[in-house]
Design a protein around this ligand. Structure first.
Ligand code: ZN
Length: 399
């Protein structure tokens, strides 16, 4: 079908080109000839245009009802701390072929913050959520600490649904950047106060204590329920709720994969897709593989690789959804690289890989970005991380 569409497009463009050349070539002659000649040539030209138009319409009628340039749904998957070596590790240590191989478009992102060459998750999260460069630590704030609208707030204005998922606390920097506005990422209790009254329709992660055991005594669990959320704190529900959904399965972060987190991330992603699909206006969903970063900070390759493989599985869930829902754009990227991770040789033996680290912090490497679905072609090339937000908003404006 793809090949067929390409061919039709080329044929149509060729006809258009030939007819314009025909018109231009005859223009010199026209100037010397009578007006009658001009009018008859104009008629021929218009007739050709009309036949092209009806030809294009037939093509549209015979193709699937899928808009190939404007997505209905947007899914943004962020592997926190996931550089190219982390992604590559999935190719060497996974049992299955990596889902990263399934993307037709790949690009690279520049991630520096306004304050530092090397970004943190807050500044980079704010770049994705709001399209601005800000200082390390800022959540939904400009570098002058002025609140800036997030994509969650913006798409909700056009009645799209929104969802956020993380394996950290839901108040951690990356997810927080999509709904909160605070000067410091460490203000977890303040960040939590934004969620009940936010435009988020579905969220899943950890961080229960920031809602239920607060130093100010405020009961955010009741506030969530008052705002129409159905709350789950024990396990991931099997079916999506008809109400808004709040899923908080740990006091702070969820367990690591090595500690037995199981299929939380892929299953929560599937549940979110089922929940958000109910809205015929489409949705925006952000899913973070939060702990790839923590494996990097700990310089623990086993931790990192287990989290990376879990994230890879989650990509597979969205790609499977896209087979039935091809009007979904999937973007997969990271906020920065963590650990200066590399797949080095083991004592010079080129047939043995020894995962190694060069720092316990973040690094300045360019970050890969992958895209598939309507509008994916916009995401190739090398550009600033803020460009991701602007490209998504440009695509949504054309809806
Ligand atoms: Zn980090």
């Amino acid at each position: 079908m793809e090949e067929y569409k390409k061919e039709v497009f080329l044929t149509t463009s060729n006809i258009l080109l030939t007819s314009s050349q025909f018109f231009l070539r005859n223009f010199e002659v026209l100037k010397k000839n009578t007006m009658n000649h001009f009018l008859s040539l104009l008629c021929i030209f218009l007739l050709m245009l009309k036949s092209i138009a009806s030809f294009s319409q037939t093509v549209k009628g015979t193709s699937q009802e899928v808009n190939t340039t404007t997505p209905k749904n947007i899914v943004l998957l962020i592997g926190d701390g996931m550089g190219l070596s982390q992604i590559s590790a999935g190719f060497f240590y996974g049992d299955q072929p990596s889902n990263f191989e399934r993307f037709p478009v790949v690009g690279l992102l520049k991630t520096s913050a306004s304050s530092d060459l090397i970004t943190d998750s807050a500044a980079s999260g704010t770049a994705y959520a709001s399209g601005i460069k800000t200082y390390n630590g800022a959540i939904g704030m400009t570098k002058d600490t002025v609140a800036v609208k997030t994509i969650v707030e913006l798409v909700s204005e056009s009645d799209m649904s929104t969802g956020l998922i993380a394996t950290s606390s839901i108040t951690h920097a990356t997810p927080a950047s999509f709904y909160a506005h605070v000067a410091s990422r460490r203000s977890y209790e303040e960040i939590a106060t934004f969620l009940p009254h936010s435009d988020v329709d579905f969220f899943a992660g950890g961080g229960l204590k920031f809602f239920s055991e607060r130093s100010d005594g405020r009961d955010l669990i009741s506030e969530l329920e008052q705002q129409g959320f159905e709350l789950s704190t024990q396990s991931l529900p099997k079916q999506p709720s008809e109400k808004k959904q709040a899923i908080l399965l740990a006091e702070d972060a969820l367990p690591t994969m090595l500690e037995g987190r199981g299929n939380f991330l892929p299953e929560a992603t599937q549940l979110a897709l089922d929940h958000l699909s109910e809205n015929t206006n489409g949705f925006f969903l952000m899913v973070e593989g939060s702990q790839i970063d923590w494996g990097g900070h700990a310089n623990d390759a086993d931790y990192l690789i287990a989290e990376q493989l879990d994230f890879d599985t989650t990509i597979g869930v969205v790609l499977a959804y896209m087979i039935e829902n091809p009007d979904t754009l999937l973007i997969v990227t990271a906020d920065h690289e963590t650990g200066g991770f590399t797949l080095a040789t083991d004592t010079g033996d080129y047939n043995k890989i020894k995962p190694s680290f060069s720092t316990t912090g973040h690094s300045a490497s360019l970050i890969p970005i992958f895209a598939k679905g309507p509008g994916a072609n916009l995401f190739g090339g090398i550009y600033e991380n803020t460009g991701v937000f602007h490209k998504i908003m440009d695509l949504l404006e054309n809806r």
